[in-house]
Design a binder for this molecule. Structure first.
Ligand code: FAD
Length: 555
């Protein structure tokens, strides 16, 4: 995949600025990625520009669930639950390696937000709206069964529980797999490409025909043109809209959501759990992943710097207090928080509504300049959102190009890495057998398959090509993985790799702290970076590492 390699950056920049595109997408989160795949797979010529790294905005900072949104039932958003609920199964089918079913436990308390009967009713409606298969439908459990399932739950007022199906993913990896799949249909995506200004038509001066963008790695300006420009900039949608002198009338309402990561030994839960925050009319998730459990989220209005979102000690206390109240025998303090992330929900403003009441529905706004902006929505709805956007623009492009394009096909396009035809355990065993000669252990291959799916085969191939040349054979895995990441996933620095390609910053931080300098060295060598660039990237990452467990005191 030549067009998705960081090694081909210069050629890709020249291509982006010398060819005309049908669609130019601003923003490389899940929304932009979904649009790129939808448009490119219909035959449109696509360019996507992302100012930082792909998914560095909200799309690496979600709760990482492909979910129907049980809580939206409370807000009577039946249409939303119906569409995103059904979409879960579609996305699971397209990317089984990274979208996995998970049992979600809902403890029921005497004075909780839902009683036993209302929980059963809500889940029946939820399963019905989401079209859940019979074997996956919710189950109810009595008190003693619940105590056995989760011995650390506070039993004071506990009546029982319900178990229902959701899907767990890695948001940043989902985004990158969608983009890699778009690249197989010739979509050209560039990270570190900041759109700064619009270019207007010389004759029809209100019409946007392109953008001026900055390659922020080499600090060089370029311009790119396209028939349709789409603003999929998430929390920055308003910033882009307001560069246009005649923007549409809508505006965004940003709310901040924080998650914290705790060692599973400190917070030993067996299931993903969705529970009430005592004293607040909200619910939060605690979700095991590997040796960690992550807990979130908060939901508060946000007016600060969108590029540097603080996790405050107040955010952390809110989550910790909820854990300590609902799980007796578990005593979490701020020192137990190993890592954290904070993201912004790009919601559509509705007068007088609180953060939790704002709709999560997506909306498309079209300005007189032709700029199409999309916001609101959820990770789960990315494919349907993309379909809606591309349906809106394809007619204009057909008219311009005097050519017709196919209808949306993404419900049947398997995502990159999903080519695993046999049971996953068997697949891991087979690949581990092949890779044992290059020092990959079974555990290594388990990690690779759960991260890269069938692209593990490419990493093993790289491992074989390098093995004899390696001075230190114990570096076989890390070198192959990093080379793959740079050459096939457009990794430009240690932050891209450790935060978004692998989630190590959150879920394997202790190992990362021991290894990041070596990894950074390897990436820099592959990319042939100057020493100042290398140094800047290291300093930047070390600050991110520090901030992931340093919480600002707001008072
Ligand atoms: P983003 O991911 O923010 O992408 C926009 C991109 O545009 C950014 O990468 C940014 O760098 C880029 N950009 C901005 N300006 C420019 C410019 N000038 N030039 C070039 N690029 C630019 N949804 C679910 O379905 N399940 C969940 O479990 C879930 N949990 C959530 C939890 C939290 C705390 C939050 C905040 C959201 C959650 N969501 C969830 C919602 C979901 O994460 C978002 O709807 C989704 O990630 C938004 O994606 P996006 O692509 O629109 O925005």
């Amino acid at each position: 995949m030549q067009n998705f390699s960081a090694l081909n950056r210069n050629e890709n920049l020249v291509k982006a600025s010398s060819e005309h595109f049908d669609v130019l997408i601003i923003g490389g989160g899940i929304t932009g990625a979904g649009i790129a795949l939808d448009a490119a797979s219909r035959g449109l010529k696509v360019l996507l520009l992302e100012k930082n790294d792909f998914s560095s905005g909200t799309s690496s900072k979600s709760t990482k669930l492909i979910h129907g949104g049980l809580r939206y039932l409370k807000q009577l958003e039946f249409g939303l639950v119906h569409s995103v609920g059904r979409e879960r199964a579609v996305i699971h089918k397209l990317a089984k390696q990274i979208v996995k079913p998970v049992d979600m436990l809902l403890p029921i308390y005497k004075n909780g937000s839902l009683g036993k009967y209302s929980t059963a009713l809500a889940l029946r409606i939820y399963d019905f709206l989401a079209g859940v298969k019979k074997e996956d439908r919710f189950k109810m459990f009595n008190l003693s069964e619940t105590k056995k399932m989760e011995p650390f739950l506070n039993t004071n007022g506990l009546i029982g529980s319900a178990l229902y199906k959701e899907y767990q993913t890695d948001d940043a990896r989902l985004t990158i797999e969608v983009l890699k799949t778009a690249a197989t249909f010739d979509a050209l995506s560039l990270n570190y490409a900041l759109c700064e200004n619009f270019i207007y038509d010389k004759k029809n001066t209100v019409k946007i025909i392109g953008v001026e963008f900055r390659d922020t790695i080499q600090n060089k300006m370029y311009s790119a043109t396209a028939t349709k420009i789409i603003n999929a900039a998430g929390p920055w949608v308003d910033e882009i809209r307001l560069k246009d002198p005649a923007p549409d009338k809508k505006s965004l309402h940003l709310t901040k959501g924080v998650h914290v990561v705790i060692d599973k030994n400190k917070f030993p839960i067996q299931h993903a759990i969705y529970f009430d925050v005592p004293g607040d009319n909200r619910m939060i998730f605690a979700i095991p992943r590997g040796n960690m459990v992550y807990v979130g989220t908060t939901d508060t209005n946000y007016f600060g710097n969108k590029d540097l979102i603080d996790v405050t000690s107040e955010d952390v206390s809110y989550l910790i207090d909820a854990i300590n109240a609902v799980f007796s025998g578990v005593q979490i303090s701020q020192q137990d928080i190993l890592s954290s992330w904070a993201g912004l929900r790009p919601l559509i403003h509705e007068e007088g509504k609180s953060p939790s009441e704002l709709s999560r529905k997506d909306e498309i706004f079209i300005a007189d300049s032709g700029l199409v902006s999309i916001a609101g929505g959820k990770l789960t709805g990315y494919r349907k959102m993309a379909e809606k956007v591309v349906n809106k623009i394809v007619k204009v492009i057909e008219k311009t190009n005097q050519k017709s394009y196919s209808k949306c096909r993404t419900a049947s396009i398997q995502l990159h890495g999903s080519a695993i035809e046999i049971p996953i355990e068997e697949y891991i065993q087979r690949r581990a057998g092949e890779a044992s000669q290059i020092n990959f252990t079974l555990e290594d291959v388990f990690y690779l398959v759960n991260t890269y799916g069938s692209d593990t085969e490419k990493i093993i191939e790289i491992g074989y090509a390098n093995f004899n040349k390696l001075e230190n054979k114990t570096e076989s895995l890390v070198r192959a993985e990093l080379q793959y990441s740079v050459e096939y996933e457009m990794t430009n620095n240690i932050s891209d790799f450790a935060i978004r390609r692998t989630g190590r910053l959150y879920f394997d931080k202790r190992q990362l702290e021991n290894n990041y300098k070596k990894m950074h060295d390897i990436i820099s060598t592959i990319l042939n970076e100057s020493s100042s660039q290398k140094n800047d990237n290291l300093l930047f990452f070390e600050e991110v590492l520090r901030r992931s467990a340093a919480f600002e005191n707001v008072n």
